[in-house]
Design a protein around this ligand. Structure first.
Ligand code: GLN
Length: 237
């Protein structure tokens, strides 16, 4: 039985480890391909996905990360981590960046805009209420946030968000740019699950609410993924 790893190249890995700690679970920092063998589930944090991809390439992590996903091990990507897991990313500079892939979706890297357009919003997440107890809503922290524009048939949508009214929208590949008034009723997807893969466009690790971490640990332990300690800690939490 393995432990819960957190990819610790860049970004909010410390915050994920702290959130796991609040649930009584020790997160293991992962920086090298061989370290993936000692864990059975992985969190890829938020940060800056091109920088994280460069560091992952430098450490030769991509083949091992892809294998980890292909083996069906539980992986949760938050924000930049979501971009890593997507099969396709748009809205990036030419050449783009290397992706781990596995999650059948198209993600727009900076859909919600730049740093100053970061925001918080109350999201409706029925799955959290049913699985974790408590309210159906979750306060999402969106920082230079991506959004999921398209999902495949295997993907379950856990939360969506109305397309912002005051922003220029990048509807596909940053080619077609449209004002909001043209598509007032549309929503973009901000949280999904596909088998053992979980992805959120926002940062639960930057809030005091550990329901997403708890949800992921349950997902992982149901599959024999988390440590027995983790299972005990979560059921006691
Ligand atoms: N949009 C960012 C990127 O491309 C992700 C932002 C985040 O993780 N907070 O990497």
């Amino acid at each position: 039985m393995g432990a819960v790893g957190v990819l610790a190249l860049q970004g909010s890995f410390n915050e994920h480890i702290a959130a796991l700690r609040r649930l009584g679970v020790k997160g293991v920092e992962i920086r090298k391909p061989e370290q993936l063998q000692s864990i059975s589930s992985l969190i890829i944090p938020g940060g800056e996905s091109t920088t994280m991809a460069k560091l992952a390439e430098l450490h030769n992590l991509f083949p091992a990360l892809r294998e980890f996903v292909q083996m069906g091990k539980p992986v949760w990507g938050t924000c930049a981590g979501l971009i890593f897991l997507a099969n396709k990313a748009v809205g990036q500079k030419e050449g783009g960046q290397e992706l781990v892939g596995g999650l059948d979706c198209t993600v727009h890297r900076n859909y919600f805009g730049s740093q100053i357009q970061s925001f918080e919003a109350e999201l409706l997440v029925p799955e959290l209420a049913s699985k974790e107890g408590g309210p159906e809503t979750f306060r999402g922290v969106f920082i230079r946030a991506p959004a999921i524009l398209k999902v495949g048939p295997e993907v379950e949508v856990l939360a969506d968000y109305p397309i912002p009214s005051n922003k220029v929208l990048y509807l596909s590949s940053a080619v077609e740019i449209q004002e909001e008034s043209a598509v007032p009723e549309k929503k973009v997807i901000v949280a999904v699950k596909q088998g053992k893969l979980l992805a959120t466009a926002f940062h639960p690790e930057l809030t005091a609410d550990t329901r997403w971490h708890s949800y992921f640990l349950k997902m992982a332990s149901a599959l024999g993924g988390a440590t027995s300690n983790a299972i005990v800690a979560v059921s006691e939490a």
